[in-house]
Design a protein around this ligand. Sequence first.
Ligand SMILES: Nc1nc2c(ncn2[C@@H]2O[C@H](COP(=O)(O)OP(=O)(O)OP(=O)(O)O)[C@@H](O)[C@H]2O)c(=O)[nH]1
Ligand SMILES: [Mg+2]
Length: 387
Amino acid sequence: MEKGNVLVVGYEGVGKSTLIKAVLGDEVMKKSASASKETASDFQVYENKAVPFRLIDTTGIEPGVFKELKAVNAVRKWSGKTIKSGKKDNQISVIWFCLDRYTAKLFPKTIESFMDAISVWKNVPVITVITQSYEESDANAAKEIVEKAFLSKKKYMTRLSEIISVVAKPKKTEDGSLLPPMGITELIEATNNLLPEGLQAAEKDIARYNLSRKRAMSHAVVSVATLTGITVGSVGLPVMDVMLLKPTESLEIESIFKIWGIKKTKKAKELLKFILDIGTVSITGKMLASSMKLIPGVNLGAAVINGVISGTIVFALGEASAFVFEKIYTGEKTIDDMEWVKKVVSESLTSNALDKVTSSVKGITKSSDKTEILNAVTTAFTKKGFA
Ligand SMILES: Nc1nc2c(ncn2[C@@H]2O[C@H](COP(=O)(O)OP(=O)(O)OP(=O)(O)O)[C@@H](O)[C@H]2O)c(=O)[nH]1
Ligand SMILES: [Mg+2]
């Protein structure tokens, strides 16, 4: 299928490859870029079935050396060859220029060489992507610097289409908070809109794809939170205190809520509290926490079992939240359907979850570490799928 091509360039280590993964997801295919071995190491082409553009990942460059940018030259050759032969398939339609809060500061000094490097793609629009935008204030400061640099000359100005801040995967900060991915679906939409008309995906197809991205981002948050839950919960007590998990669950639910972009009204706040209560103070949560005694014939330490139980609770609560928020996001349910929410969330923590604990326990040993426990919990949940 004919697709657009997006050239992804930027400084070393800012998060280009991580971003590409976040946009294209797990079903990404690597397309061999060119017949020549020499250029293959300079850039890689990725695509999947659903997204109407390919992403060309280039190796990062040290700030200030755009002129000698090997990767860009290699892409130029790859693209130029086919343009000459009349094939349109290798044309560059959009450029993503990636920088983070640190490298943004260097941009005013390097904008000229960057513009030189991309000058062969004359009228191709540039989306500047501020990667790893964990703090809004940092991202805004970076945005301002970049904007000013582009506005400093008319020939630069005309190239800049948009500046988009992103977080490609969840980030655990030093103070223990959890920042959800963001900006990914906006970037996909903006890029689609810049493609030549014949290549653009229909709005409803993009919407459907972006729904799958939100789902994937929610899963990513659930994984990070579950790992934290396992760590927090791995204590050698005969009965685990489910309240230990409250901070983790709270961050998890809030993060997933943000991904779905639901307005934080008074009702929404009530909904979040309601879900959190099911995971902490409700009978179901407590019952599960004491389920260690209910698991027959296991010879694992209390800490390991409690780790599994904690992981299961955090996982189940996260997945149930994601499910609930998705239904509200798509309009299939409304925020007023508390009875339904209660049913979905508490069911996920009752018999269903106990099954998952039992099944997870089979996959681990006395010496399993936290990542192995996470894998066992994830496998237990994905085996039959989550409903
Ligand atoms: N948590 C989190 N980590 C990120 C994010 N983006 C990048 N990172 C981390 O930053 C590091 C560099 O990311 P890469 O995607 O390899 O960066 P790159 O721009 O492809 O680097 P080069 O190919 O070397 O130029 C990795 O350890 C990533 O996990 C993000 O959005 N969230
Ligand atoms: Mg990379």
